[in-house]
Write a protein that binds this ligand. Sequence first.
Ligand SMILES: Cc1cc2nc3c(=O)[nH]c(=O)nc-3n(C[C@H](O)[C@H](O)[C@H](O)COP(=O)(O)O)c2cc1C
Length: 300
Amino acid sequence: MTTNKFPRIDPEKCTGCGLCVPVCPDHTLVIRAEKAQVGGKRCMGCGHCVAACPQKALTLPRRCGLDFETISPGKKWLPPGAIDPGEFIRFLASRRSCRNYRKKKVAAPLLRDLVRGAITAPSGTNSQKWGFHLIPDRGGVERLGETVAGFYRRINKMAANPLLRLADRVFGHGTLENYYRRHAATVAEALAAWDTGDRDLLFHGAPALVIITSLPGASCPAEDAILAGSHLMLTAHAIGLSTCMIGFAVEAMKRQHGIAAGIGIKEEEKIHAVITVGYGKETYSRTCERKPPALRIIGV
Ligand SMILES: Cc1cc2nc3c(=O)[nH]c(=O)nc-3n(C[C@H](O)[C@H](O)[C@H](O)COP(=O)(O)O)c2cc1C
């Protein structure tokens, strides 16, 4: 069976070792006449078979590989426990949201490598239906900031109107009242600072942005995009860049599609993450602690 989705198997290279068979979640591969063959009807294209084959006999169609431009991760699999866990956790805990960027521009190959890091994330049914929109210069970040500021100017004006808040409480979900109580004052301060050019409290002076969307057909659109965002932020930390997720921008772009349309994002793409990228001004001496998690062990 050969369709666009299934792995291609090079019979010259395949030794029939069978290592690809048990790793396939769709039970698609079989060994016949001492060679691996596609015997099943389904393939989610996860690549387990490709990764398992010591002979490099399997390939998946339409894959771009992970050829980074600025780093050389190599392709050798690191099994569980292969890297120092203490060092790894310290790496995770050392990523900090950056709210004070230097003006230095982020080179385009670095931004593209962040996206390559992001797509190592898992995705529901391996659909990989995510979109990455890069804004590589401060001018572009400021233009987006201005449209997001325009959205919050309108929302703050509406929220300041007690009649509108009452109507939303009675006929809507009370979102406006909630926004008024929780955010309106800080947003007003941020808008004033934006308007005078004193401080960018939305994108924190970042020289670049990544917007992560989901494309039609994603089975778990939000989860996939947020996981990709998390991998992107950790990749950034590894390559010397700082990041911050900007929920305020996501909210504005979700509620007013014109903002995304203005930068060429199609209507069928859903916005899930806006992440600032740049070189942070801050340095830290140590990792910080977290609140104790709500943790339950079931069945003990
Ligand atoms: C979904 C999400 C939305 C966020 N939105 C904003 C935001 O709009 N502005 C901001 O400065 N930080 C934002 N943050 C950053 C959080 O405030 C930050 O992750 C948190 O304080 C923990 O700090 P750390 O990331 O340095 O560990 C957001 C984080 C997440 C996960």
